[in-house]
Design a protein around this ligand. Structure first.
Ligand SMILES: [Zn+2]
Length: 243
């Protein structure tokens, strides 16, 4: 599946499920630690920032592919990160394309971000950068210029969010939802995903009806459809808040 299809599906998934999860009453007992993840109501700013971060997180599993454009997001920094992820996960479409990865990434981000503000900011910046790159910001063939444009746009977005005083208690939730959206998306393609990794079985649609990446259906139908869904969900979620 193409980068921007993943990013759009991440934003759509966030706008669909996050407000519901955030409106759940806080849980008691042993789950109290997780309560900030799912209690309280999202402000319009958090909804927008979350959609962008979730779009970026929906690119995260593909950091296992050092030759993909997404690995060039911040130039050498993300390329090295991608090399490490590729090596640690066993290659493209392995460990990072699983349920286990989505859970570990989400819970890990939540606890890390809770304790270390610097780690939280690094995750936020990385996710914003991945989302901006995924929606096609970049100049073909100009790796360094594209990375610089990305860094500038990401910095501006991050500073803007900081100026709005957002607190990212939902960051782990956004990362998990984004990774899950990616896994679901790739399961719709003909290669499938090892959803229950470390089990190697690949999950994909039966009867070989899997989507072929970058072909007509994805470019002409699925991509535009997801764009309309994201815009529609934004309108739906933000209208009552504005009124
Ligand atoms: Zn993938």
């Amino acid at each position: 599946m193409m980068g921007h299809t993943h990013a759009l599906s991440g934003a759509a998934a966030w706008l669909l499920v996050a407000p519901g999860l955030a409106a759940l009453p806080g849980m008691g007992g042993p789950l109290a630690e997780l309560a900030p993840m799912v209690s309280g109501v999202l402000s319009p700013g958090e909804l927008i920032a979350g959609a962008l971060i979730c779009a970026g997180a929906a690119m995260l599993p593909d950091l296992d592919h050092p030759h993909a454009t997404i690995a060039q997001t911040f130039g050498p920094a993300t390329w090295v990160l991608s090399k490490v992820v590729n090596w640690a996960s066993g290659g493209h479409r392995h460990a990072t394309h699983s349920l286990a990865f989505a859970i570990v990434a989400g819970v890990g981000t939540h606890f890390l971000a809770d304790r270390y503000p610097l780690a939280r900011d690094i995750v936020v910046v990385l996710m914003i950068g991945l989302a901006i790159r995924a929606v096609g910001v970049g100049i073909p063939g100009k790796t360094i210029t594209s990375a610089l444009v990305n860094i500038a746009l990401t910095a501006a977005t991050f500073v803007f969010f900081q100026s709005r005083g957002l607190d990212y208690y939902w960051l782990g939730l956004a990362v998990a939802i984004g990774c899950l959206a990616h896994v679901v998306g790739d399961c719709l393609t003909e290669r499938g995903c090892p959803v229950l990794w470390p089990l190697q079985h690949r999950w994909l649609l039966p009867w070989k009806i899997g989507i072929k990446t970058g072909r007509k259906f994805e470019v002409k139908i699925l991509g535009p459809l997801l764009s309309v869904v994201v815009i529609g969900l934004f309108a739906l979620r933000l209208m009552p808040a504005v009124a």
